[in-house]
Design a binder for this molecule. Structure first.
Ligand code: SF4
Length: 320
């Protein structure tokens, strides 16, 4: 099956006074239609920048992006306009991406107007009503303003707006991070239901591994712009091979009372993302680091079937 999205050696560097900041460095992955790729890592690891570069909200420094078999690495303005119909984004704080002076119905219906989707006012009203129903917003909120709603309902507006053009692919950037745990579950369930019904493909960006556990088919762990581990979600949650992923997973609270938790606390300085050295970027914080880690950059290698890790000593550490 042809993947819906193929990303090859994508780089995004930002110029700074002290040199180039390597926000995304040589990242490659594929996603099949109807699947979810969870992208996890601490803040500043490049995961949100990656989502924005894939959507062309930020220009790539280099690399290739193929969508539906078509090279969209350097789209023209007209191509980009067409792409927006198929590629959408749900933001962490929908408030920052919507006009607070518009009502719920106006926000959700705006893309329909921009893309002239509906021929008549009746068709437009019916579609907005349908979108509100799809995302679980009762009709009585039609004329409400975002500030009058709670965080969960505001996020439903963001999802409704992203769905207005019936896209194939959505980048969800920390969509539940600002919500209470009970509301998080509602929004995640809504997103999974919508995926089943509409065969949607997601990139789900989050700093919280427990959030992506149920929604992701595959997971990619990023550290300072590079991918350090990538596998199916099932495999990653049963067996973490990279020292950084082990530490990330150890931080997830356990559900069972009394279950022992051996949290791995990372010490040491963060490597600067500005002109990073040709070395393992995790080395200053890695409990297994040796001399080679500070002088040679490891590459992402398939260590077990479909399980990729970027570490010189992964076999030794995991006794493989
Ligand atoms: Fe740790 Fe070295 Fe592996 Fe980097 S390459 S994760 S420093 S053991």
């Amino acid at each position: 099956m042809e993947p819906l999205l193929q990303v090859k050696n994508l780089k995004k560097y930002f110029p700074t006074k002290s040199g180039m900041l390597h926000a995304v460095d040589n990242v490659s992955f594929t996603i099949e239609q109807g699947k979810t790729l969870g992208v996890v890592g601490e803040s500043g690891c490049g995961k949100s920048t990656l989502g924005r570069v894939v959507l062309h909200l930020l220009p790539a420094t280099s690399g290739e992006i193929l969508f539906d078999g078509k090279d969209i690495s350097n789209p023209s303005k007209a191509e980009l306009h067409d792409l927006r119909r198929n590629m959408q984004m749900v933001f962490q704080d929908p408030y920052s991406s919507i006009n607070p002076r518009q009502s719920v119905a106006e926000i959700i219906g705006e893309p329909l107007k921009v893309y002239k989707i509906c021929k008549t006012k009746e068709e437009y009203d019916a579609r907005v009503k349908q979108l509100m129903e799809i995302v679980g917003l009762p009709e009585r909120y039609e004329h409400s303003y975002p500030h009058e709603l709670d965080g969960g309902r505001r996020q439903r507006i963001g999802i409704g707006r992203a769905l207005a053009l019936q896209p194939k692919f959505i980048v969800c950037d920390e969509p539940v991070s600002a919500l209470d745990v009970s509301i998080q579950a509602q929004i995640l369930n809504l997103m999974m239901d919508l995926q089943d019904e509409m065969n949607l493909t997601y990139i789900f960006v989050t700093h919280d591994l427990s959030v992506v556990k149920h929604i992701s088919d595959d997971i990619m762990v990023m550290y300072l712009g590079v991918v350090v581990e990538k596998s199916s979600a099932k495999e990653l949650f049963s067996r973490q091979l990279h020292p950084y992923t082990k530490a990330l997973l150890s931080a997830i609270p356990r559900a069972k009372i009394g279950e022992r938790k051996n949290r791995i606390l990372l010490k040491g300085e963060l490597t600067s993302p500005i002109e990073p050295p040709k070395a393992c970027r995790f080395a200053p914080r890695c409990p297994y680091a040796k001399e080679k880690c500070f002088s040679q950059e490891p590459v992402l290698e398939e260590i077990l079937p479909e399980h990729f890790v970027c570490c010189h000593y992964v076999r030794e550490i995991n006794q493989l």
